[in-house]
Design a protein. Structure first.
Length: 317
């Protein structure tokens, strides 16, 4: 029997701290023998079809294959499924809503990277793009360090105000809304950018010394939120260097491998240094890897199995 887990089921089962711990274990595990594969195919119009496989983590007896349809401007913009398979038999253990899994794994992995690279005293946060991924970045970051203030910038002013209310005012933090990204980042120690932008939103002159910038939008060719001069003058950490060059922030900016200080796995294993100087600008710019889907999907599957929740379906019946 295959377990079907929709968004509401996943949100009732998942815990940010547990998922962040699973992601940290994945970052520090031995690399899988099969490297990550990401296939992006354009569709007529503005949509793309994306597949990520295989999701593998040492010690987890399962693997994932994710298939997404991406349509910028849609609500949600991402639709699809994560297929969770038994590693020994190939049995389809579960089908999970990919928009939820993607938001959780991207946001919480970004929170880990942000905390690892930001100055210890960085507490002023700016969010550009008040979507589902930014929601999880804030949830994960709040478990790691307490933000002192929040500024939110989004094309939808109402969405920005609602985000500022949820993650700022209700939590006793000063919160503001800004219509312009360059204005929004003034005075920020931490900047989170999670948009669909295909042009740079921020340049080197916009970012103060010592700022940590986490950019989540460059996950396929042509998408990029940070300018080449910002990246050239920053210490850049990615999740996978070949993918960052092929489909991520470095490739989009026309930069080479020499501009990558290392990967988040290298950083969390202590193999590379994150921040070297208090006044340097650091950047975490992941593409998103298949094993991260497995970290969240396996956590959800175990929780659903323990709780006896979810819908069971027999595809062979």
């Amino acid at each position: 029997m295959t377990l079907l887990l929709n968004r509401s089921a996943l949100e009732s089962l998942l815990d940010p701290a547990e998922c962040a711990a699973a992601l940290r274990r994945g970052f520090t595990a031995e690399p899988a023998a099969a490297g990550p594969r990401r296939t992006v195919a354009p569709l007529p119009g503005i949509g793309t079809a994306t597949a990520l496989l295989p999701g593998l983590i040492e010690g987890v007896p399962a693997y994932t294959v994710k298939v997404n349809a991406k349509f910028p401007g849609g609500r949600p913009a991402l639709r699809g499924v994560v297929c969770l398979h038994d590693l020994e038999t190939g049995e389809l253990l579960a089908l999970l809503d990919s928009a939820t899994v993607t938001a959780w794994r991207t946001g919480l992995a970004a929170a880990l990277g942000t905390h690892a690279l930001a100055r210890p005293d960085a507490r002023t946060v700016t969010v550009i793009g008040a979507g589902a991924q930014a929601e999880l970045v804030m949830a994960g970051l709040s478990d790691l360090r307490e933000p002192a203030s929040l500024t939110v910038c989004d094309l939808d002013a109402g969405r920005a105000a609602a985000f500022a209310e949820r993650h700022g005012t209700r939590r006793g933090r000063p919160a503001a809304v800004s219509a312009d990204p360059r204005t929004a980042v003034k005075g920020a120690g931490i900047v989170i950018v999670a948009t669909w932008s295909r042009r740079p939103l921020l340049h080197a002159a916009d970012i103060a010394p010592g700022t940590q910038v986490t950019a989540l939008g460059a996950d396929e060719p042509g998408k990029g939120e940070l300018s080449a001069d910002l990246l050239e003058n920053a210490r850049v950490v990615v999740d996978d260097i070949p993918l960052a060059l092929e489909t991520g922030v470095l490739g989009t900016a026309g930069l080479g491998v020499e501009h990558a200080a290392g990967t988040m796995s290298d950083l969390l294993r202590g193999q590379v240094v994150g921040r070297v100087q208090a006044k340097e600008v650091t950047v975490y710019a992941p593409v998103g890897l298949p094993w991260q889907d497995l970290a969240v999907a396996w956590t959800a599957y175990q929780a659903a199995r323990d709780a006896g929740t979810g819908t069971r379906f027999d595809f062979l019946g």
